[in-house]
Design a protein around this ligand. Structure first.
Ligand code: FES
Length: 96
């Protein structure tokens, strides 16, 4: 099973089902990543993907538009829009 590591939470690890939405993993484990709209618009859930960027589902059109709008870096994603396909290490992109 893929493992999600929350780097800014003492490297807390959580197992995810294959293709499980990252938001489900975050909520199930009580991760400190905050969510707002949950549909890829508000940017509240921006994360830095420190390892395993290719182990998240590719961004779909809404997320792509939002990442451009927020001037996201190459390793940044919206946690509410990603599905987990393999091991990833993530952290919050900003404190809100
Ligand atoms: S919660 Fe709004 S973009 Fe993810």
């Amino acid at each position: 099973m893929p493992v999600v590591t929350f780097v800014d939470e003492g490297n807390k690890e959580a197992e995810a089902a294959q293709d499980e939405p990252l938001i489900h993993v975050c909520k199930r484990t009580g991760a400190a990543i905050l969510f707002g709209c949950e549909v890829g618009v508000c940017g509240t859930c921006m994360i830095n993907v420190l390892e395993g960027k290719g182990n998240l589902s590719a961004p779909e059109s809404q997320e792509k538009d939002s990442l451009v709008m927020f001037s996201a870096k190459d390793n940044q994603r919206l946690a509410c829009q990603c599905k987990v396909k393999g091991d990833v290490k993530i952290e919050k992109a900003h404190d809100l």
